[in-house]
Write a protein that binds this ligand. Structure first.
Ligand SMILES: Cc1cc2nc3c(=O)[nH]c(=O)nc-3n(C[C@H](O)[C@H](O)[C@H](O)COP(=O)(O)O)c2cc1C
Length: 285
């Protein structure tokens, strides 16, 4: 069992711990192994899809919520790649995310069972010092880890309920607010595409918009949202910044997870639209 540690540098501590601990390779199911798409593990310091819109789009298209996981362990190389992205997200987003490996307790409850979760042994904890933008940053940087997990052949599900909050909270540094967790692992299925609102239902204006704006909104509609509400609202404001870039605004809808959802959708919009094509009205950081 490897829970998130207390202290200021939980990720680094975890990296050292996971490097020191030999992984249980177990018996692998060859047929399952062959059926799974495997991707090259990204080099340290790079998440290649930042500059590669096609890969980003294919990851957003192939990611679906998966709540049931096999016993197949997550290999060491994959763990380290995810740890690096967590560390990057923590630095860039003023967060205290950490990865819990081989920890079945948090999802070992009737609540998790009723929520259709099974076999959850690994999860991302997203927490940080409580401030105004914490939830949006949690969504944005958490989804980067989720998309990287997808690229590395793992499945995932964001989870606001259905886990032992008190147990996870006990592992956090004092003063941190627990925002949410994401279950990670080798899914028993790849999940399926969620029902989607239309572009005009979540954005304006509806006509005479540049192609990159439509692509961004379409990518945002692929984002996971709590209860698939897709409550965010994206506006091409008609204004430009000093570099003549169009200014785009994203606003959360209602509900307890709305700001997290908007943070996730914000990342998807950027990946779909291309960051060079526009500027956000509000800073995330
Ligand atoms: C912020 C957030 C909270 C979520 N909380 C839960 C949850 O508590 N339980 C659950 O089963 N799914 C949860 N989900 C998963 C959503 O139900 C799922 O993402 C949504 O139905 C869209 O499906 P997709 O992820 O396959 O695209 C959550 C998703 C998000 C983004």
């Amino acid at each position: 069992m490897n829970m998130c540690g207390k202290g200021d540098a939980p990720v680094e501590e975890q990296e050292q711990a996971s490097q020191a601990k030999p992984q249980d390779q177990g018996e692998r199911d060859e047929s399952q192994e062959a059926a799974r798409p495997r991707h090259a593990v990204p080099k340290p310091g790079s998440v290649p899809w930042d500059e590669d819109p096609e890969t980003a789009m294919s990851l957003m298209l192939s990611r679906h919520a998966v709540r049931s996981f096999t016993d197949e362990p997550i290999d060491q190389q994959t763990r380290e790649a995810l740890q690096r992205e967590v560390r990057r997200g923590n630095e860039a987003g003023r967060l205290h995310m950490c990865l819990a490996w081989d920890e079945p307790e948090a999802f070992d409850s009737r609540l998790a069972h009723y929520g259709n979760f099974s076999g959850v042994h690994n999860y991302l904890v997203i927490a940080g010092p409580a401030d105004k933008g914490l939830e949006a940053r949690a969504g944005y940087f958490g989804e980067r880890v989720v998309l990287l997990a997808q690229q590395l052949g793992l499945n995932s599900c964001w989870v606001a309920m259905s886990y032992k909050r008190r147990l996870v909270r006990a592992s956090l540094p004092k003063g941190d607010r627990l925002v949410i967790v994401v279950a990670l692992g080798h899914g028993t299925t790849e999940g399926k595409m969620h029902p989607c609102k239309s572009v005009p239902q979540v954005s304006k204006p509806a006509i005479n918009v540049p192609a990159w704006f439509t692509r961004g909104v379409e990518a945002a509609l692929l984002a996971p949202t709590a209860m698939n509400q897709q409550g965010f609202w994206i506006t091409l404001t008609g204004r430009r910044d000093l570099q003549s870039r169009d200014i785009v605004q994203i606003q959360p809808g209602g509900g307890p997870c709305a700001k997290i959802d908007a943070g996730i959708a914000r990342l998807h919009f950027e990946l779909g639209a291309g960051e060079k094509n526009f500027a956000w009205q509000d800073n995330l950081l």
